[in-house]
Design a protein. Sequence first.
Length: 906
Amino acid sequence: MSETKTICCYCGTGCGVIVESDGARVTGVRGDPDHPVNAGRLCSKGANLHLTVRADASRVLRPELRRERQAERRPAGWDEALDFAADKFAAAIREHGPDSVAFYVSGQLLTEDYYVFNKLARGLAGTNNIDSNSRLCMSSAVAGYKATLGADAPPACYDDIEQAGCIFIAGANPAFAHPILFRRIEAAKAANPTLKLIVVDPRRTDTAAGADLHLAIRPGTDVALFHAMLHVLLRNGLADRTFIRAHTEGFAAIEATVRAFAPEAAAALCGVAAEDIERAAHWFGRSGAALSLYCQGLNQSSHGTDNNTALINLHLATGMIGKPGAGPLSLTGQPNAMGGREVGAMATLLGGHRDPADPAHRAELAELWGVPALPEKPGRTAVEMFEAVRRGEIKAIWIACTNPAQSLPHQQQVREALEQAELVVVQEAFAGTETAAYADILLPAATWPEKDGTMTNSERRVGRVGAALPPPGAARADWDIAADFARRLGARLDKAEIAERLFAYAGPEQIFAEHCAVTRGRDLDIGGLSYAQLEEKGPQQWPFPPGAETGAARLYADGEFPTASGRAAFGDIALRPVAEAADARYPLSLLTGRLRDQWHGMSRTGLAARLWNHAEAPRLEMSPSDMQQRGLSDGGLVRIESRRGALTLTVQASSDLLPGQAFLPMHWGGRFLKGLGVNALTLDACDPQSRQPEFKHCAVEVEKLDLPWRLVALRRGDAGAYLRRLQPLLARFPFAAVGLAGVETELVVLRAAAAEAPDPALLAELEELLELDDDANAMVYLDSRRGIAKRLLVEDGAVVGALLTGETAAAEWLKDGMARSQPLAETRAWALAPLAAPPDGKSGRGRVVCNCLNVAEKEIVAAIAAGAGLAALQEKLKCGTQCGSCVPEIRRMVTSNGQQAAMGRG
Ligand SMILES: Nc1nc2c(c(=O)[nH]1)N[C@H]1C(S)=C(S)[C@@H](COP(=O)(O)OP(=O)(O)OC[C@H]3O[C@@H](n4cnc5c(=O)[nH]c(N)nc54)[C@H](O)[C@@H]3O)O[C@H]1N2
Ligand SMILES: Nc1nc2c(c(=O)[nH]1)N[C@H]1C(S)=C(S)[C@@H](COP(=O)(O)OP(=O)(O)OC[C@H]3O[C@@H](n4cnc5c(=O)[nH]c(N)nc54)[C@H](O)[C@@H]3O)O[C@H]1N2
Ligand code: SF4
Ligand SMILES: [Mo]
């Protein structure tokens, strides 16, 4: 048995994790008690990390290659795959110039991986065409910081949560997306009852439900709200005029602009009460220390930079920056989005917070790398990059650690680009992603917990990522693959010697040292860091220059900013609408965002059945009144359509949404739901400065679908393997979704619908794929008059497989029974009878709210109805007593039940 200290590979909170392994397998994970971020805690995703570590067919285990587009990929050796890639890249560069190739990388790479890719693109291939999925995520935050504070550096830190008098959360749902930070916010509130929590979000999320004030603004109207708050601050003498005079510039213009933003005027634009805006500004201004936390609700907008700037204006006007408890702290999404920004692996950035448009900066980096010059022509940003591929301008694209055929907006065009490209290389850890389907070369990457390197979290904290296991199969570390390819490419570009020198790394430590050297003398100087010291002293915040004893918890305490004048700049922001407003044809505004227990395209979280139990299947949420208007009911099937595409899925009423809005989780791609996934609908309009796309809003219409024929297939056993077998079948039904369920026993669940019974051959194929066709052990009930068929497979006295067609009302009950290995006797009577619904009074357990202790919504609701509050629930059912991720939801269930009871009494 051994233990390895590392960092969680999910969100930018950056929790410390201890991985327990026996050398071949990970046997468990626990929070690192010594880590300054999480002090031993993990959220529901982090706590289940061990369930996602596999060395089986769920991983890409060896390189695969096809030399012709029409051919099937077949297994290849590393030499063959990388030589072929280098031939193709070199040919494109020779024939069409260096900008005919591109690299699309990821905020989930380690800093060392990122560094090598950047050097490969700019230092060797000679193109600035390197961008990262952070373009979809943090680029508006980067642009906002640079425009106002002069550098891309979050000035505050997590310890400010405990010291703030007001926490202002705008466009973020940390209860789901940064849960351990939310635990810290809950604890801070419990310790300090005067701490005010304000949440700005069109939806009533679990984060919003726990706030002292929830401003449910109309999507896209944050700037009007922030301007109105500034108006109130100025009018009431809550601005810090001394700070403004001494440390800022550009105040007069914004002061004049916000005069027009009286709370009443903004209230009409934002759709919230003027008093609430007034109250928010007073709490913020009188708090002593206001801390803003913000994320994609601000960033993923066609005016995302403006959103960021208008929020930072509030901090500059009140001097709430650079002091304990105060500051604009942009939450980073991915675990190492910050590392990518440091090494400059984005089209618009250069290493060490340099600017690729600045000739002096390019010359500095060229000298550090020992190359004659760096390319001058601006590189393409993510959306533009795929556009250029689609137009045939970029011939060869290298995609590492991101899944653009799921996560980029306007999927139809992304797919066209991937089809059109002459060469697509995909460097992936997990098998079967939407993007891998387009790969000419698929390269197996090592992933957490097999990787060794560093990552930087939201509060500028650099920490060591340690490897607990060797990579499975032929998988290799991302930096190692990139460096190997670089040497082969160099040989083909008559730069063999340069390439050998540039990429002569023996391991990640050497790369890190080089990265540190590149930051010397820059605002983020980490010249004083090394692996040895990070291991000895734990993770450190930057800047950490040579000779430093500790890093900087906060920036700008002296009021000096890294701008030309040394002053921070107010942004004079004009209002701009969302790119695609709802209209008569598409009257609903679609919001997208995260689920608590899933991560992005679910290549990792989708492997652990218990991470499905909180939200088992793709659901579109709509306001009850919009549903009523369209004659929709809970669980019914709908078609949702935008100008770009459509999806079929089930709908669910949600009182968290205002009329006119709909919500879809971002996670569902074409592997789990028929079609091109949620981003079939979204639009690719981008912020003109940050080039970040507007994922959060697009206009849609929803209509009722009549697909009365239903199918549910359930199978125990190697659920992951069955899942992979079923995925190709999704396209064959008008509606189909597949997923996992269960806790100790894992099940695969396929749900499908059609207008009428499909070709019997399709059902026979399904039976075969799920190995339900063993007649000797099957129980079959047929009612052909009503079109109902049940087929159950029995092993060792328990149902292990089921195919229900025509009538599926008992599916949830059956599924829970199968997951619990319910004795056959209870199922048999139903299975062999003309019963459509489950036997008397039985039903499924419903959604699981507490993942750790496996407590379902229905069980909690029943206990609340019997009078239990949060403490009693924790005592009796034990829900919410382990990782705490479900506590906001349970607290909310208790409150809303209390309100209902009160209404009943009234
Ligand atoms: N469970 C989980 N956690 C994650 C991730 C994950 O996939 N799963 N991904 C990580 C990553 S990469 C990221 S970037 C972060 C994202 O973290 P967050 O940004 O906190 O999460 P989202 O759900 O994308 O969006 C936040 C909220 O923005 C709101 N919103 C939409 N439009 C507007 C608007 O116009 N104004 C305002 N004020 N709010 C609006 C949405 O209703 C939503 O509740 O999460 C990270 N953490
Ligand atoms: N509609 C909508 N779309 C969105 C968003 C939204 O809010 N709404 N959010 C956007 C945001 S903020 C983000 S960050 C993106 C995320 O979008 P993606 O980057 O596409 O998300 P992931 O699914 O995390 O993709 C990472 C891929 O890398 C693989 N992988 C894991 N570890 C490793 C490794 O170590 N090496 C390699 N080579 N591969 C590895 C995983 O299996 C996975 O396929 O989605 C964006 N898309
Ligand atoms: S909050 Fe959860 S997902 Fe984020 S780093 Fe911590 S354990 Fe991982
Ligand atoms: Mo993100």
